[in-house]
Write a protein of this length. Sequence first.
Length: 138
Amino acid sequence: MTAVASPAKAARIMHTMIRVGDLKRSIDFYQTHFGMNVIRTIDVPEGKYTNVFIGYGEEKTDPLIELTYNYGVETYEKGNGFGHLAIGVPDIYAACDTMRKEGVKIIREPGPVKFGTTVIAFVDDPDGYRIELIQESK
């Protein structure tokens, strides 16, 4: 195996990019339901796209989600290669109850994973990307 970085500076996950059909709708979703913050926005009119980096913490140290809006494109085919984003929450039952009341479709109700004890649930974001909620240990 070839090393990607020296021990002094380890490799890290920087971001995951997803294409979205309505940038404001997606930003509102991740801010409202997951408490994420917009870290940086890059608008590239000559390329007809905007990137918004959203998440928790700092771009230099924490993994983010890159929301990419291509001007005029409202929907994308998801394909079968993408699985899901995973977000840890302190109270999965309360999170699902709140999201349900706010119109978010709960795809899988909270409960233990099959053959395990970790409590998970699944929701879809406004563009249909699957998000796994994982109950964080108390």
